[in-house]
Design a protein around this ligand. Structure first.
Ligand code: RIB
Ligand code: CA
Length: 342
């Protein structure tokens, strides 16, 4: 009898171990190996908190910063702030390009505030920057990575990735997918009538990435302007009543004012956070594979993304263009993740 019980114990223990290993390997299989390139920026910080609150799905290797909404010193400080607020100071922050490839730098302090973070007080975070530049980090990491294993989330001008691709074209081997917040087609622009800020701030960089042949997904204004805050959605976030939700409420209450006034809307977009929602729950979004070209000629269409949505030119499809999304599903997911933070 005892021997039977012993055998049964061993069998049950092996089954338990096997199920645990299966669950872990399944989770590891689903986990996205991720680098977030960002120019924080109010909506960038919301996106970073969102991502840093989701370690089961997103294995964030590093944050790489770029000049964009504000100058590089402030975007880098704000990335370190987001990391501190999320309690994730083990994630390294590498500072990258202080200016675009060619054009004269532009900033968006009128939208994001002088410190690049509307609505909240900033301070010097305890944990510093990682040694070395973001461009070298991208080159070394993507060169050494398993084939097509690393996803890049691009939340600002694409200068860092473009410089890495120019210096070391072979890094495409390590890239699984590049998911970009940027561009506009149906919606029209937010910095000129036709251009969205991230593309307008460095169109040549976006062209380098487009031409590299990497798997590319764009979340343009076409979708971000359909996923808008509302009083109820901001209340939903505030009701979490933790530090992170208070920060996001204060940031968004200030940040969306500009767009609400400009477009006469009852709410504003949280552009960069849609990239994180897309990574976590792509089923919230719809789009199609298209041919995209970026206009980097001086003139009224500088920075425009020209999208062949109806495939009239029969040109090669070089990007998946997300055109719509489930707004309430986005805010429910964002709220659920922010609630996991302190
Ligand atoms: O046009 C919106 C984009 O420009 C967002 O990434 C915002 O942070 C700014 O960088
Ligand atoms: Ca941004």
């Amino acid at each position: 009898m005892y021997r039977y019980a012993q055998k049964l114990h061993h069998l049950l223990r092996s089954l338990l171990l096997l199920s645990l290993m299966t669950a872990t390997s399944a989770r590891a299989a689903q986990q996205i190996d991720l680098i977030i390139d960002t120019d924080p920026g109010a909506d960038d910080v919301v996106a970073l908190l969102f991502a840093l609150a989701s370690p089961q799905e997103l294995s964030i290797r590093a944050l790489t910063t770029v000049a964009g909404n504000v100058r590089l010193d402030k975007t880098s400080r704000n990335a370190r702030l987001a990391r501190e607020w999320a309690g994730r100071e083990e994630v390294p922050v590498y500072a990258g390009a202080p200016k675009p490839l060619i054009r004269t730098p532009i900033y968006a302090e009128d939208i994001h505030g002088k410190e690049g973070l509307s609505g909240v007080a900033v301070h010097e975070p305890k944990a510093g920057l990682a040694e070395g530049s973001a461009v070298n980090y991208l080159i070394e990491t993507l060169k050494a990575a398993r084939p097509h294993s690393i996803t890049l989330a691009m939340l600002g001008p694409q200068t860092n990735l473009a410089l890495a691709l120019i210096q070391e074209p072979g890094i495409v081997q390590g890239i699984k997918e590049v998911v970009v917040m940027g561009g506009a087609h149906f919606n029209g622009g937010n910095i000129t009538p036709v251009a969205e800020f991230n593309l307008f701030a460095d169109p040549q960089a976006a062209e380098v990435v487009l031409r590299s042949g990497v798997k590319l997904t764009y979340l343009p204004l076409d979708v971000t302007h359909k996923i808008l805050t509302s009083e109820a959605r901001l209340k939903q976030i505030a009701a979490i009543d933790n530090t992170a939700s208070k920060l996001v409420s204060d940031i968004l209450n200030e940040y969306v004012k500009g767009d609400m006034e400009h477009y006469g809307l009852a709410g504003g977009p949280v552009h960069d956070a849609t990239v994180i929602a897309y990574l976590l729950k792509p089923e919230l979004f719809t789009g199609r594979s298209v041919n995209v070209v970026v206009d980097s000629r001086e003139g009224p269409t500088f920075g425009q993304t020209i999208v062949d949505w109806y495939d009239g030119l029969k040109a090669p499809k070089n990007a998946f263009w997300v055109e719509s999304g489930d707004a309430q599903g986005f805010f429910d997911l964002l709220t659920e993740r922010l609630a996991r933070l302190r």
